[in-house]
Design a protein around this ligand. Sequence first.
Ligand code: ZN
Length: 154
Amino acid sequence: MSSDLRALYQEVILDHYKRPRNFGPLEGADHHADGYNPLCGDRVRVHVKLGDDETIEGISFEGSGCAISTASASLMTEAVAGKSAGEALALQNRFHKLVTEREDEADPSGLGKLEALAGVRDYPVRIKCATLAWHALKAALESKENESRRVSTE
Ligand code: ZN
């Protein structure tokens, strides 16, 4: 990875950490999940409003955590808004591969800004920070309406 690209990625992460998108409660949300990463202390609560055709009509998150977990949650909400639950779960799977596979095996095509988090693959402890919101998203999508699920990265 070039140093220019690394700097750009850091900028994206810092921007989403300082000004998280879709942060706060979500009116009309019907799926929720709490994620906790005990290694770092990150907490993320994800709210989803699913439409009749399983489309993510609204999504937001709350909680507090490190820069990586907050930026990842913010980027996640932007990436899955408007997608179907199935598409969102497929993206979750691809994101998990992006941050856990070796750089020469990973395929970042179509992941857009999410690629900014690819660098965490070199820092195993940080992988849990980056994937926390995605675990919570998966739990929220797989939960029954208005049931609140809890997930932990351990
Ligand atoms: Zn963290």
